[in-house]
Design a protein around this ligand. Structure first.
Ligand code: ACO
Length: 452
């Protein structure tokens, strides 16, 4: 937040509140060694505007200076008021509220409302929100036919991404992205329907009949019902497992400008409808460097096999022979990922119901030894969100390939909040980076018989 300072008009004695940087503008002075010219560029919120560098030229035909930043390692692509992360201190907040407090006191739908609309809902607002989300969970019957077209062994994420994209054809009104009423309707439709599509993908994989939504159940209770209901007339979710899934959904709801969120904003900037934007974001999440690490953690724990093999495994990781310690380290967190702490606690509650997943003991031992080891301490490598989540998902009965879908369901609210913020931001335009062209200069066409 920009600091405001009170100033007094000497003549009238009136007081005014003025943004601090108007009084004492912070600037960056740049001397271009090519021309010996000096430039002063304003600094705001710890950033300079890349467009302010365009004035730095060697001559009239010079395009002007650009920044080069593959992978956006040091570039802010937007201003946002949704999620705050301090990676060095291990802090994550949605709209200012610490993730620990939200995970303890809220439901996922309450948090989704907060992320989307900026404030925690009143009871009336929450009741209306839950009502709407509950009453949009059905999908068109043709969606079932669409899903039937997939092979039985199709990857759940492939089915999920394609079906979300297909929803765009069922809701042509979703193209009215500048119409506030339409936008809110699509947001509700998407948050409501992602669990239904995810559950249908799971049932299709097993060759089981699809289960329709049950409006008497909570968001996660209904999801569990659509996944696991068999012949019983009414599915009763276990309250501990229902709450555990809700907490996991809260933890995964948003994480500022990560890879998939950047894709959501980027596709959205071309004014495509939110269904295809969400499908694109989910495709980015699918990649093993983003949403797929929890699957790798389970593979690693199974490969280690037992607690007593942990020291030997750590030794192999350190020597470079054993690959990386999956579920450890993070580009932003250089401290314990706050989500991992909450997940570890949740895992214990889940195992009281499901029985202890023996992989947990290996994970705890791995964490204990790694956190005492100089190699990991020096590099600030701590457990991340994926270290314990897969163990819970497995205990809840999910196949490993479905883990990324469990990430995509709650992240949908974060993607939509970021999409909405982008659409309402007057500074945003179609996302279109520059490039540094290093290819050939102009050359003349060569007929095929003269090539080679
Ligand atoms: N195990 C062993 N060593 C590691 C690990 C790890 N998990 N992570 C980083 N290192 C080491 C690197 O070898 C490097 O060592 P060096 O300085 O001697 O060369 C140093 O720590 C820095 O690593 P970088 O790869 O430069 O760190 P970066 O920030 O680019 O990578 C990443 C972050 C990709 C998450 C990395 O820590 C990693 O691969 N972790 C394992 C995979 C994982 O758990 N990913 C999930 C992230 S959470 C999420 O996306 C939802």
């Amino acid at each position: 937040m920009q600091e405001h300072i009170m100033v007094k008009d000497a003549k009238t004695g009136k007081e005014f509140e003025v943004p601090g940087d108007l009084l004492m503008p912070e600037t960056l002075t740049i001397i271009d060694s090519r021309t010996c010219k000096e430039y002063s560029v304003p600094i705001s919120h710890g950033t300079i505007k890349a467009m302010d560098l365009r004035q730095i030229k060697t001559g009239d035909d010079d395009f002007g200076l650009m920044t080069y930043d593959p992978a956006f390692m040091n570039t802010a692509s937007c201003q946002s008021k949704i999620t705050f992360i301090d990676g060095d201190k291990g802090i994550l907040r949605y709209r200012g509220y610490p993730i620990e407090q939200l995970a303890e006191h809220c439901t996922y739908l309450e948090v989704a409302y907060l992320i989307l609309y900026g404030e925690l809902p009143t009871q009336k607002q929450l009741d209306e929100w839950v009502y709407h989300i509950t009453h949009h969970t059905m999908v068109h019957e043709n969606i079932k036919k669409f899903m039937d077209g997939f092979n039985y062994d199709a990857h759940p994420m492939g089915m999920f991404i394609s079906t979300i994209a297909a929803l765009s054809t069922f809701y042509p009104d979703s193209k009215n992205i500048h119409d506030e009423t339409s936008r809110q309707l699509q947001i509700k439709r998407l948050i409501s329907k992602v669990p239904t599509i995810a559950a249908f993908a799971y049932r299709h994989h097993l060759g089981l009949p699809y289960v329709y939504p049950d409006n008497d159940l909570s968001y996660t209770g209904n999801f569990l019902s659509m996944l696991f209901k068999m012949t019983e007339p009414k599915y009763k979710p276990n309250p501990v497992l229902e709450r555990a899934l809700d907490i996991l959904f809260i933890l995964h709801a948003d994480h500022e400008q990560n890879c998939s969120t950047n894709v959501m904003r980027s596709i959205g900037s071309s004014q495509a409808d939110p269904f295809v934007c969400t499908a694109g974001a989910a495709a980015a999440l699918y990649g093993p460097l983003h949403g797929g690490a929890n699957e790798q953690v389970l593979r690693m724990l199974r490969e280690i096999g037992s607690k007593d093999k942990v020291p030997e495994f750590i030794k192999r990781v350190k020597s470079g022979e054993g690959g990386r310690l999956m579920g450890f380290g993070h580009r932003i967190y250089k401290n314990y990922d706050p989500r991992a702490k909450i997940i570890k606690k949740t895992a214990e509650q889940v195992f009281e119901v499901t029985g202890r997943n023996p992989l947990l003991d290996i994970a705890i031992e791995l964490e204990r030894i790694a956190l005492e080891d100089d190699y990991f301490v020096k590099r600030k490598l701590y457990p991340n969100v994926d270290f314990y989540s897969g163990i819970i998902y497995e205990a809840l009965g999910f196949p490993t390939e479905a883990f990324t879908v469990l990430f995509a369901i709650p992240r949908t609210s974060g993607w939509l909040a970021q999409w909405q913020e982008m659409l309402l931001d007057p500074e945003q335009k179609i996302a279109r980076p520059r490039q540094v062209y290093l290819g050939y200069g102009k050359r003349d066409f060569v007929p095929i018989e003269k090539r080679g």
